[in-house]
Design a protein around this ligand. Structure first.
Ligand code: ADP
Length: 807
């Protein structure tokens, strides 16, 4: 340690010797001043193990805070000092004294200088000076006469600040350092010996700052503590910053150690700051705990919701199912009325539960928007198909138009898009009694692959009052709607729409005129799917690819007509198949044989399709536990389809199915690889059609028959027989005014008429079914039924013609 100062001490000794010999010159004095400063800095930074402030205080007492040396024309020779930054913007030699030292009263200074020159007596006076920052500082200036080597007269001005803040700065620092709450600061030398200790945190361990003076780390703390502090100190003495957390007793400390370097950049010691962060840690822990708790609560909420959805929906399905069954039995008028009310209310309740669930999920951020390639045409087609029957039943024209500039393959979330449009179309249908509903999809903006699409749902319904337009998207908004539509919704549909649309980065707008109709516009961004991104769900398989040959299939349905159709189709495909006629039979077959695919009618006697699928999915021993199962259903309600999927079905096929459709559905569900050798058939876009001309259409049948004239004729004969029977039954029910029977018969006849493309008849049947079973508008039934019977007569003639043509 001593060697480090030897140089300077020697120099000082020489200068002092010169002074003693009377060889005083300015340069030596300045040199002495500079050496002292270097030394002072060194002492400050190396801490010889003695209390710092005493040393520096004694130095301060013999030194001025600034020294300026100037000649008789006030030209500054040199200056130096520890606070010169307060005075001068920068060091520049050969400046006038007034450029550096801005004395408030220059006359005072010049007076003292003059007196000094005249009397050679040292002068001293107090004055106010301006700092470079413009702050007035009280200072004492002492003037002394010197001479340089050549004997030229010079004046030394020593400047000390009398302002207490600056004058006592060292002790103030000391006070601050000593009293730091929760923080300890240490300065230590290369021997790990404390030079300075500050802060009050150490009092927790019963230690004072003075206790540390002169002690090493190893003496000051017990082994348990110093062993843990040592790595930090060592790293600092190796010239690196070290930080980290330590637990001492029951407290957590954040330790931060840094090297201290001298004038020459050598590490001469280190500082260690140790901050008690126990409280922060506790807060952090509490926050973490709170977050964990919140997460757990959130999870519990989700689990509760999932359970609730199941728990509520299951009994609701039972209520709906049993009231339906009850409705089929012989009931008095009043009982029938009650059953009707039960089934209507439970249907409403089910949709309400579903809506509340999705709203909850939206609020909890649990609704995720997917992004995958999908076919817009397909999505809109499905939508059209699910609304056309209801629209027809209300005699409202429904049309879907798609801008041809929209690419069919888009990237986005078709399920959520469908959910939004279903809500809007349901409303349009609900609040429109005559006229038409249009769904239009146009390109609003297009930039490269990015499309902003606008979906317009326009109706000619009752419209919305202007005053209510602002709140229409709020929760539970139910406007002053006419009695007949009241109670048909909870006012959640549009809230859900808005939230879903916004989740998809889009927006929704409404324009409406009471009595004229409404227009809801949804703007949604999509990206065009790249060529590589195939629309996964929409693989179109050609029958000729013959992909199902050899597959084992179970088909269960109680409807004779459907069984016959299925049998023929399955024979065509060369599959191994078995047919079941009720749920129980299907289940026992599923327990005994392994299948590749299972097709189950939903409504079957003894055991329903859903029950069968639930049974199979539950039973791990069942060889078909994981088999792909399709629900075969005439039901197009999204809530029902979702129930089937929830029960364990993989997908559904709408009745009456077309061969191509059924084939495609099965291939898609099985994710079969395409067989390119099969006859190529390009994926065709199916545009929704509206016009349905009723003419007995055998196109489908021919395709299915695949040249099998016998089958073709058998099918037509079955149709003729069935249709005659239907006509008879309907007529009888009409005569007996057994409206319920009439509705039932009409319902059951729908699929076969649909298969032969007899859309008008289907509409008439649906209308009768609705009037008889749902709306209970019995008055209109006789006329509607007579019309139907007339139409059936014509169709039977056409069917006969088709039969004889092939003969
Ligand atoms: P709700 O379940 O009652 O239909 P929504 O949130 O879907 O709830 O709609 C809120 C209200 O906005 C409805 O009660 C109805 O008064 C009005 N409304 C929505 N769509 C239409 C429409 N197409 N025509 C007329 N009124 C509508």
């Amino acid at each position: 340690m001593k060697e480090k100062f030897e140089n300077q001490i020697e120099q000082i000794a020489t200068i002092i010797k010169h002074l003693e010999e009377g060889k005083i010159d300015v340069d030596s004095l300045l040199e002495l001043d500079e050496i002292l400063e270097v030394l002072s800095n060194k002492i400050k930074s190396t801490k010889l193990g003695n209390p710092l402030h005493e040393q520096s205080q004694s130095l301060a007492s013999i030194r001025h805070e600034a020294i300026l040396i100037f000649d008789l024309s006030y030209k500054v020779y040199k200056y130096t000092g520890s606070f010169d930054h307060l005075l001068f913007p920068g060091k520049a030699e050969a400046l006038h004294l007034s450029d550096i030292l801005r004395v408030d009263n220059p006359a005072y200074l010049s007076g003292a200088v003059e007196k000094l020159i005249k009397t050679h007596d040292n002068q001293e006076f107090e004055t106010s000076i301006r700092s470079a920052q413009g702050i007035p500082l009280d200072a004492k200036i002492s003037l002394e006469l010197l001479s340089d080597k050549e004997g030229k007269e010079l004046i030394l001005a020593g400047l000390s600040f009398t302002n207490t803040t600056l004058g006592d700065i060292h002790s103030y620092q000391q006070i601050v350092i000593e009293n730091l709450p929760d923080i300890d600061v240490y300065l230590f030398d290369t021997e790990y010996r404390y030079v300075l200790a500050g802060g009050r945190e150490k009092e927790r361990m019963g230690l004072s700052n003075s206790y540390f003076a002169g002690k090493t780390l190893f003496e000051a703390f017990d082994e348990r503590v110093h062993k843990r502090l040592f790595p930090f100190y060592r790293k600092a003495l190796n010239g690196e910053m070290a930080d980290g957390e330590l637990r001492i007793n029951d407290q957590v400390y954040y330790i931060w150690a840094n090297p201290v370097r001298n004038f020459y950049g050598e590490v001469v010691g280190g500082t260690a700051i140790s901050q008690n962060v126990t409280k922060d840690k506790e807060v952090e822990m509490r926050l973490k705990r709170a977050k964990d708790d919140a997460q757990r609560a959130d999870q519990a909420k989700s689990v509760f919701l999932a359970r609730m959805s199941h728990e509520i929906r299951t009994p609701l399905n039972a209520i709906i199912g049993f009231s339906e069954q009850l409705g089929k039995s012989k009931l008095s008028d009043q009982q029938e009325n009650f059953v009707g009310l039960i089934s209507e209310s439970s249907d409403y309740l089910l949709s309400l539960v579903n809506e509340i669930l999705i709203l909850f999920k939206l609020g909890m951020g649990k609704v995720h928007i997917d992004k995958f390639p999908f076919s817009l045409d397909h999505t809109l087609n499905v939508l059209y198909n699910s609304f056309i029957i209801k629209a027809n039943a209300k005699q409202i024209k429904l049309s879907v138009q798609v801008d041809p500039d929209i690419p069919d393959s888009l990237v986005g979330d078709p399920f959520r898009l469908r959910q939004v449009l279903i809500n809007l179309l349901s409303n349009a249908l609900k609040y429109t009694n005559e006229g038409n509903i249009e769904l239009r999809c146009v390109v609003e903006e297009n930039e490269k692959k990015n499309y902003l699409l606008r979906f317009d749902v326009k109706d000619t319904g009752i419209g919305i009052d202007k005053s209510l337009m602002n709140t229409i998207f709020d929760e539970f908004t139910q406007l002053d709607t006419p009695i007949e539509t009241k109670g048909k919704g909870a006012g959640l549909g549009l809230t859900i729409c808005k939230q879903l649309v916004e989740l998809m980065d889009g927006r929704i707008e409404v324009k409406s005129e009471p009595g004229k109709g409404s227009l809801f516009s949804v703007y949604l961004p999509f990206r065009k799917a790249s060529k590589k991104q195939k629309v996964a769900k929409e693989s179109h398989y050609s029958l000729n690819e013959n992909l199902l040959k050899g597959k084992k299939i179970l088909f269960a349905d109680d409807d004779e007509y459907n069984l016959l159709l299925a049998k023929t189709i399955l024979e065509n495909w060369g599959v191994e198949f078995q047919l079941g006629t009720n749920g129980e039979e299907a289940l026992s077959m599923l327990q005994q044989n392994k299948y590749d695919i299972v097709l189950l009618d939903i409504h079957m006697p003894i055991m329903e399709g859903i029950e069968v699928v639930q049974n199979v999915r539950k039973d791990k021993e069942n060889p078909n536990h994981d088999v792909k199962m399709l629900a075969v259903t005439a039901n197009v309600l999204k809530s029902d389809i979702r129930t089937y999927m929830d029960s364990g079905f993989d997908d559904h096929v709408l009745k009456p199915f077309m061969e191509d459709e059924l084939y495609n559905k099965i291939c898609n569900v099985l994710h079969l690889a395409r067989n390119r050798e099969g006859v190529k058939q390009t994926d065709k876009k199916v545009k929704p059609k509206l016009e349905n001309q009723d003419a007995f259409d055998t196109k489908n049948l021919w395709a299915t028959a695949n040249g099998d004239v016998e089958f073709y004729q058998k099918m037509i004969r079955t149709f003729i027989q069935n249709t005659k029977l239907v006509a008879q039954n309907i007529e009888q029910a009409l005569n007996e005014k057994n409206w319920e029977e009439l509705g039932e018969k009409a319902h059951r006849a729908i699929p076969s008429f649909q298969y032969f493309g007899l859309q008008n008849t289907v509409e008439k049947l649906t209308n009768i079914e609705d009037m008889a079973l749902r709306n209970k508008q019995f008055n209109g039934l006789p006329k509607a039924t007579e019309n139907l019977l007339k139409e059936i007569e014509t169709i039977l003639v056409q069917a006969d013609e088709a039969l004889s043509k092939e003969k």
